[in-house]
Design a protein around this ligand. Sequence first.
Ligand code: TRP
Length: 330
Amino acid sequence: METVVSGIRPTGNLHIGNYFGAVKSFVQMQNAYNCYFFIADWHSLTTYPKPDDIVQNARTILAEYLACGIDPEKATIYIQSDVKEVLELYLYLNMNAYLGELERTTTFKEKARQQPDNVNAGLLTYPTLMAADILVHKAVKVPVGKDQEQNMEMTRKFARRFNNIYDVELFPEPASFSFTSKAIKIPGLDGSGKMGKSDGNCIYLKEDAASIRKKVMKAVTDSGPTAPNSEKPEVIQNLFTFLDIVSTKDTYDYFNGKWNDGSIRYGDLKKQLAEDIVAFNEPIRERIEEYMGNTELLDKIARQGTEKAHESARKTIRQVREIIGFRKHP
Ligand code: TRP
C-alpha cells in the first residue's frame, strides 16, 4: 500500500473550511493508503517559540481529527515531537540544503516579513523539517494545500539530492496531492475573505448552535437582486456556496429560484443555512467534547500512533545511517 503523510500545525481549532478542505480527504484516504497524519508541534515553534500549552494544543487537534472520522485503527495519528527520528533525518537533510535555496523560499520570505524580529534558523530550515516528516516514512503522496507547493518541491529536491550524493534509491519523490475542492467561503462580517482563522469570520467545528446562528445571521448581504437571473455578487455567492455544501439540493434550488425571480429574503436564507450548518456541525461538536473530556483516551491514542510512527521512522534512519557510513546502532 502506498504511504501518505500530512502534518498540521496546532495553532487553533479546526473550522468548517478545514473540514471540507483537508480533513474530509484524510478520512477518505485512510481507507486506501498507509496514512500518517501528525501534529506538527515543532513547526509551530518557528512562529510561536513559547506556546501556552503545547500538550493541550496537540490534544485539541487530535480530538478534532478523531471527531471528524480519522480512525486510529486505519491511520497512524501522532505528535511530531514524539518521534525523534525525524530530527536525525532533519540534520542529515540540512547538511545538503543550501542557504541560497532556503532563503529563496516564498514562505520563508513571507514569514521573515511577518516576524522581522524573529527570523530564526528554524524558519529558514522549515522545508527541511517538513521534508524529514515526509521522507522518514518514504511517503509517495502528500495531501497539502496549494500554499505548500514550494515546500513540496524542496522535499523532492532533497530526496533526489540524497539519492544522488550517496548513489542510492532510498527516497521516493513524493507527489503533492492537492485537495482542490473549491475554497469554502463564508462571508466575513465585512463581507470579504475566505473562511480563515485570522479573519474571525469562520465557524469552528466545536462551535455550538447559538453561536453559529449568530454568526450566520450577521453575515453581510446586499440590498437584493436588481434584475431577474442576474449574477450573484460575491457576498451572496458565498452564502450559496455554503448552502450547496451543507444543505439539500431542494433547499439550494428553492433559494436559487427565489434569487432568480427576485423574491429572495436573505433573512430566510440565512435562517435555513444556519440550521443546516448546525445539523452538520452538531454531531462533530458532540464528539469533540467527548474526546476533550477524556484526555486519558487521547493520550493513549497518541501513544499508539507514536509506536507505529517510530517503527516506520526507525527503519528509515537505520538505512540512512548505514548509507552515510555510521556505525550500526547498538
Ligand atoms: N507546512 C505544513 C503547513 O503549514 C504543515 C506540515 C509540516 C506538513 N510538515 C508537513 C504538511 C509534512 C505535510 C507534510 O500546512
